[in-house]
Ligand binder design. Structure first.
Ligand code: BEZ
Length: 211
């Protein structure tokens, strides 16, 4: 069965461009951004991986480690890494897992045979420090992902883990948030003493806490 939100991410040991990765041990106390791409030496993937490398300072700020995979062998990854640096100006600064044995890709259900039986699709998993899967996205090979959206979603996950709020449509860090509908008015008064804008009894908008 496919992985679902709340599942424990499968553990694995696999070779990568950064040496052998024992996944859970490597993740440690960090959040993890784990993504697949269909194939080495392809244009969209080259832009995506270079961009992730550039985002390292933003990922570090959020205590997120990134790690990628395709169904290609390690020897291809190592050659291709040079192209990524040429094109995007930043060297790979995260592990790319060897995927030619398909073991990890299958454990994470990253091969969708009706789309392409030979290559991984563009999957994204955000995994929390307890190794629970917290977000899953799946894009087709022809559509490059928007990493800014993934960072935005990580911001939401981390905020809503710490405060009893939810984030509305198109929210970005610093924008107003929604008080969790599960909170009674009395509970909300204690947690949000500065108050809120009650647009509906179930839609109470307040300043982002912790800012
Ligand atoms: C790409 O990364 O450019 C790509 C990979 C597989 C199919 C289509 C595009």
């Amino acid at each position: 069965m496919a992985l679902q939100l709340g599942d424990t991410a499968p553990d694995f040991t696999q070779e990568s461009t950064s040496g052998t990765i024992e996944f859970h041990k490597w993740a440690g106390d960090s959040w993890v951004l784990f993504f697949s791409h269909p194939k080495d030496y392809t244009p969209v993937c080259t832009t995506e991986l270079g961009e992730i490398a550039k985002l390292k300072p933003e990922l570090d700020k959020r205590n997120v480690k990134s790690i990628g995979i395709s169904v290609d062998p390690l020897s291809d990854h190592k050659g291709w890494a040079k192209d990524i640096e040429d094109v995007k100006g930043t060297a790979l600064n995260f592990p790319l897992l060897a995927g030619d044995d398909r073991k990890v890709a299958e454990a994470f259900d990253m091969i969708h045979p009706k789309a392409d039986s030979n290559h991984t699709v563009r999957s994204v998993f955000v995994i929390d420090p307890n190794k629970k899967v917290r977000l899953i996205l799946t894009y087709p090979a022809s559509t490059g992902r928007n990493w800014a959206e993934v960072l935005r979603a990580i911001d939401s996950l981390q905020l809503t883990d710490n405060y009893k709020v939810a984030t509305p449509v198109n929210w970005n860090d610093g924008d107003d948030v929604i008080i969790a509908p599960s909170l009674s008015t009395e509970e909300a008064k204690k947690l949000f003493p500065a108050g809120w804008d009650e647009q509906k009894p179930y839609l109470r908008v307040t300043k982002q806490p912790g800012k």
